[in-house]
Design a protein around this ligand. Structure first.
Ligand code: WT7
Length: 638
């Protein structure tokens, strides 16, 4: 598309313009999309409430931008290529024309099941094309989707459904993930025992896992499709949406409490994901683009579904895991579909690296032109392996920094245009104004400085609120620094002005690219009847980036091994297996200040094994606690 930047000079010009005249800049980019009615104002904002409105007065439907507008010239272009978990099962390709037909059909199914504009729909599906169809069908009729990652537990689903008061759930009998079958419907059934708002459940047949269908509540996807087919498969016109109508809610963890529903709205999110997809991947027509994320996370929303489709790209989605049937699976897929752009996570790179190069040997990776990384800091070793072995020293790597709340990529090199340095996200995209802040709330000007990363000015893809609790949105992101969005990340700006993200500065862990809130996890562990108190910290993990270290005070009469297992079970039940601690250390006490605050800094150092730099422990209620914990940690290591 013609807002693609082609040279470093063009990048600098675009950046300058985006700062000097943001409204003109974004207005011109928005002109490349299809509007039912143009906006009155490009931007209205303040960060104090916060109140952020992009393209107010505009009317549009994002699915017309992702589907209808490509039909005339590119209707037969593959929109989605689907690679199944089992490589011997047939793959599927949906062209733009076919995808539109399926979306319209399923949108009519939603209408038949009483879903209306503004209603919330929870989607708990495996990585199959019907997940994309379900998402776009919601957007087609103006329903707000809330996709829940297939690894979350019944309790997590229930919490999310209740918070958003979802009316309908879309799930499958089961899903395949590597050698495992996930019993999705049965998990939904457990969740729904706590959910009053849900009237209907639509169940897709995928794994043929036995399920119990509840009369009056549960219907089969396939039966519902038949009903709209017999009505001559009428098309489903796209609902006219306001620019600021919510498009979706996506729950993410923070440093306190339960996960919050990040709300993204229609026009700004569309413009931002489309613009950043085109530029950050330098997408050219005909290229095959493969993002390995799960659509249950923001990366999948923005860069499997909305961004690529709004740009008419071919987006490859993969149902399985990188190590099934063996650690060469990604490379088989690259070879099979001649993938040109690969977007994956450092944790996947490190885990495949550890399997050795034999899984790459003999695989034709020559189609790969651009590589992307997302989700966590990528260490130099992984960057170099990715560059040499996968990119054959030729494909540039774009290390993309962003967050669920951002909607799209904020800081990243443009491959082939911006220089790259391992472990650096390099430069902000046009429209993004990062700044580094010190502890006292002063901006750190100039280069060769480290501070807390904030963004000074709105960008179209940013969150607007957190579902049902605007105050929480304000508190979390807009109060740490006046008139700024606070990211929660630490960052270094090099002498050349390049950005390097150094990791979270709050109590949020990043485990295999998944965000885990320490408070949420502690609450889950504390639910176990033998647990008195717990404290969670992260520690460096060779594959996951961060591992989860749990310090647990348990009742003294317990059998440690049994309790350890029970705690893992409790976490799996309350949150999901992704939040299971890697290490549980039973302790008799936790290091606390005289006011009773847990000194996490000390616990972190012990978990990292950095005992020489524990710092001042004299202000503790009981400094001897530390020695006992160190002793216990050493025993555990042996
Ligand atoms: C956190 C956001 C949206 C991407 C998927 C994760 C970390 C993300 C990078 C990167 C260093 C990164 C940050 C951020 N992060 N990308 N390229 N380099 N750190 O989304 O779950 O919202 O987590 O992931 O710490 O705050 P998320």
């Amino acid at each position: 598309m013609n807002f693609q930047i082609n040279s470093f000079e063009e990048y600098q010009d675009a950046y300058k313009k985006s700062v000097e005249n943001p409204e003109q800049f974004w207005g011109e980019i928005a002109d490349h999309f299809f509007w039912k009615r143009k906006w009155n104002n490009v931007l209205n904002w303040n960060f104090t409430e916060p109140n952020i409105k992009w393209f107010e007065g505009g009317k549009l439907n994002i699915t017309e931008n992702c589907l209808d507008r490509h039909i005339y010239q590119n209707g037969d272009t593959p929109a989605i290529i689907w690679e199944p978990n089992d490589p011997t099962e047939a793959h599927r390709i949906l062209t733009y024309k076919q995808l539109l037909a399926k979306v319209e059909q399923f949108a009519n199914v939603l209408k038949n099941n009483n879903v209306r504009k503004g209603d919330r729909v929870c989607i708990y599906l495996p990585m199959v094309p019907e997940l994309v169809i379900a998402i776009l069908a919601c957007a087609r009729i103006g329903a707000i989707h809330s996709v829940v990652f297939g690894g979350f537990s019944a309790q997590s689903i229930a919490d999310r459904i209740n918070d958003a008061e979802c009316k309908l759930v879309i799930t499958a009998d089961g899903g395949f993930r590597g050698p495992k079958v996930l019993e999705l419907k049965s998990i939904v059934d457990d969740a729904l025992m706590q959910c009053k708002s849900v009237e209907k459940v639509i169940v897709l047949t995928r794994s043929r896992t036995p399920v119990s269908m509840i009369k009056g509540r549960d219907v089969w996807w396939e039966d519902e499709i038949k009903k709209v087919e017999t009505q001559d498969n009428p098309p489903c016109p796209a609902e006219e949406m306001d620019s600021e109508d919510p498009l979706f809610v996506l729950y993410t963890s923070g440093s306190t409490g339960k996960p919050k529903g990040v709300v993204h709205t229609t026009a700004g999110y569309m413009v931002y994901t489309g613009y950043t997809f085109s530029n950050v991947f330098q997408y050219q027509p005909g290229e095959v683009y493969f993002c390995t994320a799960d659509i249950g996370w923001i990366t999948g929303h923005s860069y499997i579904v909305y961004g690529p489709l709004s740009q008419g790209a071919t987006s490859l989605m993969f149902e399985g895991v990188p190590t099934y049937p063996d650690a060469g699976r990604f490379w088989d897929i690259v070879e099979k579909y001649k993938v040109n752009i690969l977007y994956t996570a450092p944790t996947a790179i490190r885990s495949l690296m550890a399997f050795g190069d034999s899984f790459i040997e003999g695989k034709d990776l020559s189609s790969l032109k651009k590589l992307g990384s997302v989700g966590e800091p990528i260490n130099k070793e992984a960057w170099e392996w990715y560059h040499e072995k996968i990119g054959r020293g030729k494909a540039p790597i774009t290390d993309t920094w962003w967050q669920t709340e951002n909607g799209g990529i904020l800081i990243a090199p443009l491959p082939g245009i911006t220089p790259t340095i391992p472990s650096y996200a390099m430069l902000p995209l046009p429209g993004v104004q990062p700044c580094l802040m010190d502890e006292n709330g002063n901006e750190l000007e100039g280069n060769d400085v480290s501070g807390n990363l904030c963004i000074k000015f709105p960008w179209p893809g940013m969150l607007r609120t957190t579902w049902g609790d605007h105050e929480r949105c304000r508190q979390t992101y807009f109060t740490a620094y006046k008139n700024m969005y606070f990211t929660g990340d630490g960052c270094y700006r090099s002498p050349e002005g390049y950005y390097r993200i150094t990791g979270r500065v709050d109590d949020v862990l990043n485990v295999s690219g998944h965000r885990i809130g320490t408070a949420e996890l502690e609450n889950a562990i504390n639910m176990h009847s033998d647990v008195v108190e717990s404290a969670i910290v992260g520690y460096p993990h060779p594959v996951k980036g961060q591992g989860i270290y749990a310090y647990v005070i348990a009742n003294h009469h317990i059998d440690a091994e049994g309790t350890r297992k029970d705690i893992l079970q409790t976490v799996t039940r309350l949150i999901g297996a992704i939040a299971k601690p890697d290490i549980i250390q039973f302790v008799t006490d936790l290091p606390k200040t005289r006011s009773g605050k847990i000194m996490r800094r000390i616990l972190r150092k012990i978990a990292e094994g950095e005992l020489s730099s524990l710092g001042d422990t004299t202000t503790l209620q009981d400094p001897t606690v530390v020695e006992k914990i160190i002793e216990g940690a050493e025993k555990l290591r042996k």
